[in-house]
Ligand binder design. Structure first.
Ligand code: ATP
Ligand code: MG
Length: 348
């Protein structure tokens, strides 16, 4: 028996459930928010949970529950190795550096004095980010020494909201002008600016650290490579007009011939070395044309339509022109692990 954390909304769990029914896989639906969740999982060998970085509850305890379940020999998707660095760019810096992965040079400081000393010596612009966030919401250019110092003062002062509703409203309006957002969507943005969202209202400000990345100019897109098990698929995300940021632009290209297979190779290799069940990598290019990883994330948005990826590459870089059924792969992989009883090995 496997358990599925089931919640309505845009979530992998809907397809997970359908697949279990289609394949007669014994399953039960659970809520990880229940106090007796460990008891409820007593008859289960596995749990699938689409942990969501925009859910404040998940942010509080998902990592701890996953670790506790692994101690009980329950196979979890996402497992600890896959999820401990989720939605935390600071964690990802150390993770990627630990295997000498080709990450964009990243600088993190935990006090104002060290940050100022570095700012005095380095060049600008740099890219400033919060450790949390998606869709480029918490990513901006630190244009000059002065700008970087201002950001530093804020980082070690009142901090930054992890979800800035005015940035989100501006983004909705930008998409509305492009015909990619409804008027109702813009209105929703206005209401949320006033009343917030559960995530916004329960989150504390981001502070006590400052994160910069070397700015890689001239990238007109980033390449998002998603690896699930040993299968990789990819698409280009085009940058916004007069901007350097691609994620969240709403403009993507799914043509297989546009994909740099070097990035596929790197992504498969990193996932393999780190033992990740699922990971989306964002690649951009440095001044020498070398692909660099910007960040990674176990969860990903597959895009507006289900079947726009024309196929996937396997671990030997063979191309398979087949539907990309990633939710099914996640279940197949978990069931494979349960069969081989690999959970203990995995959590070491
Ligand atoms: N160091 C960099 N140099 C140049 N461009 C960058 C750099 N880092 C990020 N970008 C651009 O900014 C975008 C957003 O950055 P990043 O992926 O780190 O943020 P995010 O909000 O977490 O995105 P996601 O939605 O992919 O999780 C990227 O898609 C990329 O186009
Ligand atoms: Mg990104």
């Amino acid at each position: 028996m496997i358990a599925i954390h089931y919640e309505t909304g845009n979530n992998y769990c809907i397809r997970w459930k359908e697949y279990c029914i289609e394949k007669s896989i014994p399953y039960k639906l659970v809520s990880c928010y229940d106090n007796d969740i460990l008891e409820q999982l007593e008859d289960c060998k596995g749990l699938l949970w689409h942990v969501n970085h925009f859910n404040y509850k998940d942010q509080i305890f998902a990592k701890y529950l996953i670790k506790a379940l692994e101690n009980r020999n329950i196979s979890v998707f996402p497992n600890d190795r896959t999820s401990w660095h989720y939605d935390d760019k600071v964690a990802q810096k150390y993770l990627l550096e630990s295997i000498n992965a080709p990450i964009v040079d990243t600088f993190v400081f935990y006090d104002k004095k060290s940050a100022y000393a570095w700012i005095e010596e380095t060049t600008f612009p740099k890219v400033f980010k919060l450790r949390k966030g998606s869709g480029s919401k918490n990513v901006q250019l630190a244009k000059s020494k002065e700008h970087a110092k201002k950001l530093t003062r804020k980082a070690f002062g009142k901090g930054f909201p992890s979800l800035d509703m005015s940035t989100i409203l501006k983004e909705r309006y930008r998409k509305y002008k492009l015909g990619k957002e409804s008027f109702l969507g813009v209105l929703k943005g206005v209401v949320r600016l006033i009343i917030g969202t559960p995530f916004k209202n329960m989150s504390t400000n981001e502070k006590g650290y400052i994160y910069f990345q070397e700015f890689m100019p001239g990238n007109t897109f980033d390449l998002r490579v998603i690896v699930v098990g040993q299968r990789a698929f990819a698409h280009k995300r085009m940058v916004r007009k007069d901007d350097f940021r691609a994620s969240g632009s709403g403009n993507a290209n799914f043509d297989k011939n546009e994909v740099d297979v070097n990035c596929i190779k790197i992504a498969l290799d990193v996932s393999d070395k780190l033992g990740l069940q699922s990971s989306a990598y964002d690649f951009i290019y440095d001044s020498k044309g070398k692909p660099r990883i910007v960040e990674l994330s176990f969860a990903f948005n597959p895009g507006p339509n289900r079947n726009h990826h024309p196929g996937y590459w396997d671990a030997d870089l063979n191309w398979h022109e087949e539907n990309v059924l990633f939710e099914e792969w996640m279940i197949d992989d978990i069931l494979g692990k349960i069969e081989k009883n690999e959970i203990l090995k995995e959590s070491k």
